[in-house]
Write a new protein. Structure first.
Length: 196
């Protein structure tokens, strides 16, 4: 059963990774690795969050940072270092078929789960839970998360299953952090926005 799932995962990776074109390489690498979109998203969160919550945006911002810290550390230390599934670019049986956008075989050795997917989906979910009911545009964060995740396949860093499980981890952690903020807000006897 597990072997069949991994075979499907590998075949799907090879198909998607094969949809590459050298003219897209620099754009894909920028989307995958630039911190500028993340900074922009945080600024939007702070601006619109302040409009909605006032000074209590500080509590929300701390919870967002905790969410990011948890998704990053758990995906790396909790999963990658223990499950030790080789990244596609390091897997001997397929590495000769993997397109890496000219960057060679860089990156960590193990890839399950994807920290990029966990981090972006964690941030997107937390922000959406906090602001999505008022500002519908924040739904686009899930498009951003999906796009960043796809770049990891393009660059030969992750299998689809790495990304799916990373996204699920990020969503779960974000929801837990949101519920903790919700509890703290209730203790302060201040109204808290309903779930979007």
């Amino acid at each position: 059963m597990i072997e069949s799932i991994l075979k499907i995962d590998t075949d799907l990776f090879l198909y998607l990774n094969g949809l590459n074109h050298s003219s897209l390489d620099s754009t894909i690498e920028y989307i995958s690795n630039s911190i500028i979109p993340g900074i922009f998203i945080i600024l939007l969160f702070l601006i619109f969050g302040y409009k909605k919550f006032g000074k209590k945006i500080g509590l929300c911002f701390i919870a967002l940072l905790i969410t990011f810290g948890l998704t990053d550390s758990i995906s790396s230390k909790g999963f990658k270092d223990n499950i030790k599934r080789l990244r596609p670019m390091h897997e001997p049986s397929i590495m000769s078929q993997v397109y890496t956008a000219g960057r060679g075989r860089g990156g960590g050795k193990y890839g399950f789960v994807s920290s990029h997917a966990a981090n972006t989906f964690g941030v997107a979910t937390f922000i959406f839970l906090m602001l999505g009911s008022t500002y519908k545009g924040f739904r686009l964060l899930f498009f951003w998360s999906t796009l960043v995740s796809f770049t990891r396949i393009y660059l030969g860093k992750h299998y689809p299953l790495d990304l799916i499980c990373g996204a699920m981890l990020g969503i779960l952690i974000a929801f837990v952090c949101y519920k903790i903020v919700f509890t703290l807000w209730l203790k302060s006897k201040q109204p808290f926005p309903s779930l979007p």
